[in-house]
Design a protein around this ligand. Structure first.
Ligand SMILES: [Zn+2]
Length: 388
């Protein structure tokens, strides 16, 4: 065995533990640069409640409100400029409270602001920029996720979009892993049914794709087994009853594990195509993953039969052979998606048939490179046509 494993310095997990945030932040530094993006939490007063805990005059707080959409190049550059007006130094701490989009925006800005050899975040984006690297440590970051899905609170990349030209690419560096992650599942109670379903399917897709990835490794695989055991029963339950504490906790825990797993072993075809669906058709990330997941599993079923059988046996150990168990796992995922109202066809998402050829090259990112089997352009196009 031979592997690396990258993770935040500290993970703080528990119902109601958001009250510990001011103390954790004060331990890291001088000023707090607080980024929040969740309109829901503003409406419910939770953001104000968190902010009111920062009472230590030695640790001044600067607030930045950002749009709660998937971050674009201009959003990151604007936030970097706002940071620069404060002449930040490495005693400042960025605190990001929000969904995956807010945390990605904060991670990218915390990195770019300290790496002045680039003019824009685009200079650092894989495949579309000047190929610049993050060489200096970003401002230390505390991530406080308010959805249970992307896992970006523990990963080393941030996904940044552009619509003209259209791309969705990562800025990535080992230095970008958040320093502290605070997960308070109570923050997810007010999420809508739809957001709960989509972000939950993102976490499940990440756990499965990491488990069968070409770069699968022992620690991430162990995490995936634990995460799926929690998430697959909890997701339909929490979509039915968003106030269920044990199910919200299960999904928050599974999402955390999915982030740790994907950051250390990569993803696959569902995530590759989801990036393309996001940028060309503006489909929310988790929904795109959910629609693509069973197709991705069928494509890889013959080369990952044993692994898919292992996942099925977390729930039912009575299948006679690996082939039967692997097939049952794919059916389990299909019925989970039906159960929580995920459409099964791309046309139901508003994708038009003439967009399908555009999706093929746009799917070829870092995620696709982890897919267990090679899928050629023609094969990928015909897969997309089959589920259109
Ligand atoms: Zn994802």
């Amino acid at each position: 065995m031979n592997y690396d494993f990258l993770a935040p310095n500290q993970i703080v997990f528990g119902w109601g533990r958001r009250t510990e945030l001011p103390k954790l932040a004060a331990r890291l530094g001088g000023r707090i640069l607080l980024i929040s993006g969740s309109r829901t939490l503003e409406r419910t007063g939770l953001i104000e409640q968190i902010v009111s805990g920062f009472t230590n005059p030695a640790v001044p707080l600067h607030r930045f409100q950002v749009a709660s959409r998937e971050p674009e190049v201009a959003d990151v550059d604007a936030l970097v400029n706002e940071f620069r007006r404060l002449s930040p130094n490495d005693r400042d701490v960025v605190v990001a409270i929000g969904g995956g989009s807010t945390i990605d925006l904060a991670k990218a800005a915390a990195a770019v602001v300290q790496n002045r050899h680039g003019d824009s975040v685009q200079d650092f984006l894989e495949g579309v920029g000047r190929g610049l690297q993050i060489t200096l440590p970003p401002l230390p970051l505390i991530a406080v996720p308010t959805t249970s899905g992307t896992g970006t609170e523990v990963t080393k990349n941030a996904v940044i979009s552009s619509y003209q030209p259209a791309f969705k690419k990562s800025i990535r560096s080992d230095l970008m892993v958040p320093r502290i992650v605070l997960i308070d599942p109570e923050l997810t109670v007010s999420l809508s049914r739809e957001t709960t379903a989509y972000t939950g399917m993102d976490a499940i897709t990440q756990l499965i794709e990491s488990y069968i990835s070409r770069r699968a490794a022992p620690i991430p695989q162990a995490l995936c087994l634990s995460g799926l055991k929690y998430a697959i029963p909890a997701l339909p339950a929490v979509v039915r009853d968003g106030r269920s504490r044990p199910d919200r906790e299960a999904m928050a825990h599974a999402a955390l594990l999915s982030g740790l797993a994907l950051a250390n072993s990569g993803l696959g075809l569902a995530h590759g195509v989801a990036a393309a669906l996001g940028v060309h058709c503006r489909i929310p990330h988790g929904l795109a993953c959910a629609v693509m997941l069973s197709t991705a599993l069928k494509v890889n079923q013959s080369v990952r039969e044993r692994e898919l059988a292992e996942l099925e046996r977390l729930f039912d150990s009575h299948h006679s052979t690996n082939a039967v168990a692997a097939g049952a796992f794919v059916s389990r995922i299909e019925s989970l998606c039906r159960d929580i109202g995920i459409p099964s066809r791309l046309r139901d998402l508003g994708v038009s048939a003439d967009q399908l050829p555009l999706l093929v090259p746009a799917s070829r990112g870092n995620s696709m490179s982890g897919n267990p089997c090679d899928v050629g352009d023609q094969e990928l196009l015909s897969l997309l046509q089959q589920i259109y």
